[in-house]
Design a protein around this ligand. Sequence first.
Ligand code: MV4
Length: 445
Amino acid sequence: MFHKILIANRGEIALRIIRACKELGIKTVAVHSDADHEALHVKLADESVCIGPASSTDSYLNMRAIIAAAEVTDAEAIHPGYGFLSENAEFAEICTKCGIKFIGPSPEAMRQMGDKISARQTVTAAGVPILPGTTDSVESPDEAVRIANEIGFPVIIKASAGGGGRGMKVVHSPASLPNAFAMTRKEAEAGFGVPDVYIEKFCERPRHVEIQILADEQGNVVHLGERDCSIQRRHQKLIEEAPCPVISEDVRKKMGECAVAAAKEVGYTSAGTIEYLLDEDGSFYFMEMNTRVQVEHPVTEMVTGVDIVKEQIRVAAGLPLQCKQEDITIQGHSIECRINAEDPVKFTPFPGKIDGYHTPGGLGVRIDSAVYDQYTVLPYYDSMIAKLIVHADTREEAIRRMARALDEYIIDGIKTTIPFHQKVMENREFCEGEIDTNFLERVTL
Ligand code: MV4
């Protein structure tokens, strides 16, 4: 096992990783920007290194500074968390060259899944269903029109280097296709440096359902069931739950088996997520793979009892997975609300000093957060300040528990999205599990 790990992140995920390290008996090194000297991850780690000014580009994304910090502190491994450098294959490669273990998949697996066209080809080879569309980059407007007529409108044009909702356009008619095609290519080139786009059938009211997988360096791959992340706003997830309230045992098993097959196809190691679109008729289609630990991993931990971050560290150290597929069962229901320092109606950032803070507690309540009373939420970084996670026997009880915990949560001095979540917990359609990716555009809370 590692003796010391550097955490190349901040906020709640840095704390989450420090907690896993402490329980595994591993020393921790925090890195931080000038602006983050009061941050909890700095206080809780055994050591800390300042890596630059407030701007992420100059600190949490500064590969040289992070590698140097690992070298001076003798850290054997780097955990990148999510965001920042977590899906940067070049960074993973540099770590390896410097003799530092990158806690995540190989750079090759990251690249193969990071490019959406190659990911589509890879999972197809593994027998995973994809939506009708192209398997290669579409090069001309004529070709785009021919393909779209074949699969039928509406279609969606997606940038191969995009993902998470960036670089895509829905097209409803042949007339608007050539222009949309040219624009998506241009935006892809400008935004990601690669103009390649592909076309697939557009699914009108899908659910976002994803499978958590864990893979070790011995070739063992398990899945930990699914999460429903359909409640999103502008491609930002706001509420996640496990299990998905509508899928059958049969679909769950197929989605899980496909996710494992996809991971095996790329020789995947570490924690990862296969995202699917789930159609109204119960059909599911591969969307993309996230090659990192995700914000919403706790709901899976609550229903499976598996510590995903600990397993990630153990497999990076070369140890085999502790659990076999047949040992993994889903117990009860878990929901996570992302609490952001934002105006709860406009969803615009609301940084500032927390002046009065009280957290909910009691059976089945978990908070993953890095804020405290009198802490100043900074304007430079992501606005998520806490994840409130509940677990209960049934979905109905989990919703009531969440509503109760939200009522107890006091965060004064700044605006947060707590009032938004309170309204969702009382929404009839949400309570009945009638959710899809258009939920927030459809309902009035
Ligand atoms: C889609 C889709 C419908 N049909 N692809 C959004 C993020 C990126 N991962 C892909 N996305 C979508 N791809 C087809 N063929 C709808 C979305 C989508 C979406 C997906 C999941 C959660 C929220 C979403 C919001 C808008 C669009």
